[in-house]
Design a protein around this ligand. Sequence first.
Ligand code: SF4
Ligand code: SF4
Ligand code: SF4
Ligand code: FES
Length: 944
Amino acid sequence: MNRTRQTDFGTPASPATDTVSIEIDGLPATVKAGTSILRAARESGVDIPKLCATDSLKPFGSCRLCLVEIEGRPGYPASCTTPVEDGMKIRTQTEALARLRRNVMELYISDHPLDCLTCSANGDCELQDMAGAVGLREVRYGFDGSNHLDATVDASNPYFQFDASKCIVCSRCVRACDEVQGTFALTIEGRGFESHVSAGIGEDFLDSECVSCGACVQACPTATLMEKSIVEDGLPDHKVVTTCAYCGVGCSFQAEMKGDQVVRMTPWKDGMANHGHSCVKGRFAWGYATHRDRVLKPMIREKTSDPWREVEWSEAIEFTAQRFREIQHQYGRKSIGGITSSRCTNEEVFVVQKLVRAAFGNNNVDTCARVCHSPTGYGLKTTLGTSAGTQPFDSVMDADVIMVIGANPTAGHPVFASQIKRRLRQGAQLVVIDPREIGLVRSPHIAAAHHLALRPGTNVPIVNALAHVVVSEGLADEEYVRERCDLDSWEAWKTMILRPENSPEEVAKVSGVDAEEIRAAARLYGRARNGAIYYGLGVTEHSQGSTMVMGMANLAMATGNLGRSGVGVNPLRGQNNVQGSCDMGSFPHELAGYRHISGEEVRTQFEQHWGVTIDPEPGFRIPNMFDAACAGEFKAIYIQGEDVAQSDPDTTHVEAALSAMECIVVQDLFLNETSKFAHVFLPGTSFLEKNGTFINAERRINRVRKVMEPQQGKDEWLITQELAQAMGYDMNYSNAAEIMDEIAELTPTFNNVSFDFLDEVGSVQWPCNDNAPMGTPIMHVDAFVRGKGLFVETEYEPTEERTSRKFPLLLTTGRILSQYNVGAQTRRTANNVWYGEDLLEVHPADAEARGIKDGMLVSLASRKGDITLRAKITTRVKPGVVYTTFHNPETGANVVTTEYSDWATECPEYKVTAVQIAPATHRSKWQEGFDARAEEQERLAETD
Ligand code: SF4
Ligand code: SF4
Ligand code: SF4
Ligand code: FES
């Protein structure tokens, strides 16, 4: 018997709140009105056979296996498509029903391979189960007639196969692709006996529109669509529920295990962020965790020109502690620091910031969120009072107008994108504000009402113009503002926003967006019953990132779109634990829960708990650390799971800073660009080897559970603890749960959180404390956290990065679906089949003017440096704009990005760089240097 399959109620739960009373096989039952008979029976413990129904899809009624008898009604209705009615008396097991079901199964089985014993789904096949359930023992028709038993297997997708000989044409896969994923890649072609599932017209899965989300595989009741890992390794024998370690959606998965090996990751239906859906990364791209490149022994070296030397943990930790102590002795307490990682658990992040504050004795700790969502923290805290998004993902199902700004959900947050698409198919309207035509602008059955394809760097004028229209055309919710907001700030803001330079007509000149299009978008949002804003790094990674975040909060407050379901201002967090790493106090000026380090009361609380004195002065931010390193004042750094040499802007400057330091400690899974400058490498653990928590974009605290022991022999929090101890600070946890207990004790928004509590309730959104014992799905319900909502004047200060005759184009960057961030994980999976190298998107007009053809090698030059990469000619970008990704270190996309950053938080301005492009014949000088360094490091990695 399969022990990993999740309960399937056959049809979705009814949204009704009223109930009806029925009788099933003589037993009384009370279920929600609108529930199907099939589901009502299952909820009451009665299993009616089924094949075409599954509870993630609307009922379809094609297989005729779920027939029942209803007292007083003729015939045998399908229970999946028949809703219950009060007083209904249903019989699910009669002789007539048994006969009918056996007949149906007989027809299916007569055209199905009889290889159950050797089939990879043996024991995990609904068809097999149903044949047993209906008592089918023989097939009267024989197996010699026309059949599909010779149909071929499509194994083109790297992760799953399609064996057409096993298909019963139940259409669950097609409906999953349509209803759950929203890609519409599959169809049933042909009629009657000829009907078959098809991925595109005569295409295989790999060449089709399929985005490899796995929803069809999940839905298939037979072995037709099957994970290759199961075909190769067999079915799992146990499961552990955990959380995806890729993006900020935070999908829950069952890690399905055979012994200590993962054989499949299946999205968990009870996961509140994903409700059983997944994307290609979380579902399939987990193989990096056991990739041969994993470093499993600690390594040290005196100089970066020395070969790495594998050592025991104790030696690596003592070596590090001694170097850090010597450096502090020579250069002062503040000459060392640390960077925490948004890939790591809250518990791992918390101990690193504690190491810096308690053992290093300074506040030189920052997190990689510095380079992505730090403006979110600043902007939302200033206007609303909390450094976090306002809604649960499910809230989007109540939105009438969805505004997506500077985000590309189908690539960056795919599972949430599917939910957005579902809402759009139900009739909600979409406004996209992005320089590039992202996937949501136009896809099957979806079209944005307005796409404001603005010139990169002009978000602030656009949001000001939207607000201008809202205020000048009387679309503001004055009553809401009077009740909920600071009226002085409202009046001052209104005066600013009504100034002529904020009118759509003036902003059109700056942004390149037609004034009427701006007006129409503003009216749509301003008139919406519920308008919801979702945004990403296309908002924050600008020199006005914080201004734009506040601009969106202003707009939402002015229209009354905060504090209930269907509205809000929501950052789509890039990495799995960006929210958590910020919450944990890993900013140089804040302790856990965003409390300023200068606050004596808060500091005292931590000091008493930790038994140390905490420096009241904020420490260095990441860019300050690099500047100080170049100035000879910052000498050593402990970097937890971040590849700053690849991911941070202005690579040449970062490399100079790293080269200037005397001790760099990298804690990661793989050697990376930063480790080329490192003296100590402490091997980290993958998410499969950790106990802890991640916090997703909706503030949801999800459990991460260890499914296998750390491959390098040590929990990551323990590495940090041992380093603290070696430096003389007695950090003393015995497990990750104790770290969460301390976080909960010291952080008011986490007071009620513990591993036991999360294991009991599944997940919870902070704040979770005595005021909100079960967490807080929606923020700012009756009042803003800061009291009155604060309107902040958002004057537009253009970036100093300008186009010129020499650099006439604007480069903007982003990601694609199959790769993730710097690619350390996804480049070590079969995802490379979809995107093996970073490409430069160029509009045909710009390409033609420069003699650039599709696929040609081009040089991309900015004031900072130049690289070469291959061109992709596309109208997704406008003339004057080029776009690339930064997934491959050898591309060096950040060699060209600039030192400009957000005025409030120093979040780098990745999204606007003035560039020129030209045909190229060879790799750039930086890239040649990269190749030489890579060769050298490979040689040095061959340890003694
Ligand atoms: S592939 Fe699976 S889900 Fe799709 S029609 Fe065939 S049996 Fe049904
Ligand atoms: S994997 Fe996803 S996108 Fe591809 S066909 Fe299946 S459901 Fe559609
Ligand atoms: S949407 Fe994000 S969290 Fe969910 S499976 Fe994909 S990468 Fe993982
Ligand atoms: S399960 Fe009801 S008709 Fe197929």
